[in-house]
Write a protein that binds this ligand. Structure first.
Ligand code: ADP
Ligand code: MG
Length: 403
C-alpha cells in the first residue's frame, strides 16, 4: 500500500480519510486524523452522531446504501471502521477500490464469536471452554462441564448485551428460547482473578507495535476502570498477552489497531492448571475503550496509530510517559440517585478538573441513558499512588464506585 500523506497537495486536493460509523470511537479517530491535517468523512445514518458532527463530511446513509458507499469512495483515500458490526459486504465493496483497514475478512472473524474462538484455536491461544449452540441437537449434546455458564449470542453483542448467565440445563434451554434460538455460544463461567487487554497496531507491510497490556475492571458487563502502568500486571502474564495478540494480528494479516481482551485466572486453581492462567475472551478490530488512557498517558494514542496504519505511515513503538487510570463516564452520572429523569444533574466537572492530572473527554451525545458511554476521564500523574489518589477523589466527586 502506498503512503497517504496528510495535508493539501500542490493541486489543492485535500487528503481525506474515512470512517464507517459515527460513535465515540469514530469521533476520536476523526480528532486524531484532523490534528495531523487530514480531512475526514464519516458514514453514519444518525445526523447527531458524535463523529458525524465533527467531521468535514458526513454521509448520512445506511451502511449498505450504494450511494452512501459511492460518496465515501469519491471522497476518501482510505477507509476504516469504528465498530465491528459494519456489514462485511460494505467493506468488500469499499475494499475493491480503496485501502480498507482492517480488511473485511478480519472484521468478519471478530463479528462472530464462533469464528473468533476458532481463530484463537488456530493460533494456539487458550480461551475459555466453550461450545457452539445453533441447533436443538447441539443443545442436547452440550457437556455439563460448561455449567454454570454464560450464553452469548454469536453476533451483535456488546457491553454485556445478548448474554445470559445460566446455572442449569433448564435455564440454558429457556435462555436460548428467549434469544429466539439464534446462533449462540455457551462459555463456562470462569472465576476471574482479573481482566486485562492488549492493543497492537500492524501496518500493511507487517510491521507491528503494541502498548503494554492494561488491567480492566468491568461492572455489569461494561468496562468501568482501566489501569495502566509498568508493573500493573505480572510481567510474565503481560508478555504472554502481548505474544498472543501479536500472533492473532499476524495470522489475520491484520492492518490497523486490534484489541484482544483476556481473562486472568488465579494460577492456584485447577482450571488454571488445566488451561493456563491467561484465557483470551474476545477481539475488537479497532481502537478500544480500554485503550483510551493512551490519549493522555502515551506519546501516541491508539487513534494516532490507527490513522498511521490506515495511511501507510510509519508505526514507531509508542511510549507511555505517565501512569494512568481511566474512568468510564456512563449516563448514570446524569441521573440524581433514585430519580428517573435524565439531565436532572450535571456532573460537577469543575470540581473534577480542579484535581491535578485529570483529562475530561465527553463525546457530545445528546441524551444520557443509564449504561450509555457518555465520556471518559483519564487521570495521569508522576507516580502510581498519586494517580490512584486522584482517581479515588474523582470517583467520589462523581458519585461513582471507588476505582
Ligand atoms: P461484550 O462483547 O459485551 O464485551 P464479553 O464477552 O467481553 O462481552 O463479556 C463482558 C464481561 O462479562 C467480561 O468482560 C467479563 O467481565 C464477563 N464475562 C464474560 N464472559 C465470561 C466468562 N465466560 N466467565 C466469567 N466472566 C465472563
Ligand atoms: Mg468485552
Amino acid at each position: 500500500m502506498s503512503t497517504i500523506l496528510p495535508g493539501t497537495s500542490a493541486t489543492g486536493q485535500q487528503t481525506t480519510l474515512g470512517v464507517m460509523g459515527g460513535g465515540q470511537l469514530g469521533r476520536m479517530f476523526v480528532q486524531a486524523a484532523q490534528r495531523m491535517g487530514y480531512f475526514t468523512a464519516v458514514l453514519d445514518p444518525d445526523p447527531a452522531s458524535p463523529a458525524g458532527r465533527l467531521s468535514h463530511f458526513h454521509v448520512k446513509t445506511g451502511y449498505l446504501d450504494e450511494q452512501g458507499l459511492a460518496q465515501m469512495l469519491q471522497r476518501c483515500a482510505a477507509i476504516t471502521i469504528e465498530f465491528e458490526n459494519v456489514p462485511a459486504p460494505a467493506l468488500v465493496t469499499l475494499g475493491a477500490h480503496r485501502p480498507v483497514a482492517p480488511h473485511a475478512n478480519a472484521v468478519a472473524i471478530t463479528q462472530d464469536r464462533v469464528q473468533e474462538k476458532r481463530q484463537f484455536a488456530h493460533c494456539a491461544v487458550p480461551c475459555v471452554p466453550w461450545a457452539p449452540l445453533e441447533t436443538p441437537a447441539q443443545l442436547a449434546a452440550l457437556p455439563d462441564r460448561l455449567l454454570p455458564g454464560i450464553l452469548k449470542t454469536a453476533r451483535l453483542g456488546y457491553d454485556g448485551k445478548g448474554q445470559a448467565r445460566v446455572d442449569t440445563r433448564e435455564q440454558l434451554a429457556r435462555a436460548w428460547q428467549e434469544l429466539k434460538q439464534q446462533p449462540c455460544v455457551l462459555e463456562m463461567l470462569v472465576p476471574l482473578a482479573f481482566e486485562c487487554s492488549v492493543l497492537v497496531a500492524r501496518g500493511s507491510e507487517g510491521d507491528m507495535v503494541h502498548y503494554a497490556p492494561q488491567r480492566n475492571v468491568h461492572r455489569n458487563g461494561i468496562l468501568a476502570v482501566t489501569s495502566a502502568w509498568d508493573g500493573v500486571l505480572p510481567a510474565e502474564l503481560a508478555q504472554q498477552a502481548v505474544a498472543c495478540a501479536r500472533k492473532l494480528a499476524e495470522a489475520m494479516l491484520y492492518v490497523g489497531v486490534l484489541c484482544v481482551e483476556f481473562f486472568a485466572l488465579d494460577p492456584a486453581t485447577p482450571l488454571a492448571q488445566e488451561l493456563g492462567g491467561l484465557l483470551a475472551n474476545e477481539m475488537a478490530p479497532r481502537p478500544h475503550n480500554s485503550g483510551h488512557y493512551t490519549q493522555d498517558a502515551c506519546d501516541k494514542s491508539q487513534f494516532d496509530l490507527q490513522v498511521c496504519a490506515l495511511a501507510g505511515l510509519p508505526l514507531p513503538m509508542p511510549r507511555q510517559h505517565s501512569p494512568a487510570i481511566m474512568l468510564n463516564l456512563l449516563g448514570d452520572l446524569w441521573f440524581r440517585p433514585g430519580a428517573k429523569k435524565p439531565h436532572a444533574v450535571t456532573p460537577d466537572w469543575a470540581a473534577v478538573l480542579r484535581l491535578p492530572g485529570t483529562h475530561l473527554h465527553l463525546y457530545g451525545k445528546l441524551d444520557a441513558r443509564p449504561g450509555r458511554k457518555m465520556g471518559h476521564l483519564n487521570i495521569t500523574g508522576a507516580t502510581v499512588p498519586q494517580v490512584q489518589a486522584v482517581a479515588a477523589q474523582a470517583a467520589q466527586l462523581l458519585g461513582m464506585a471507588a476505582p
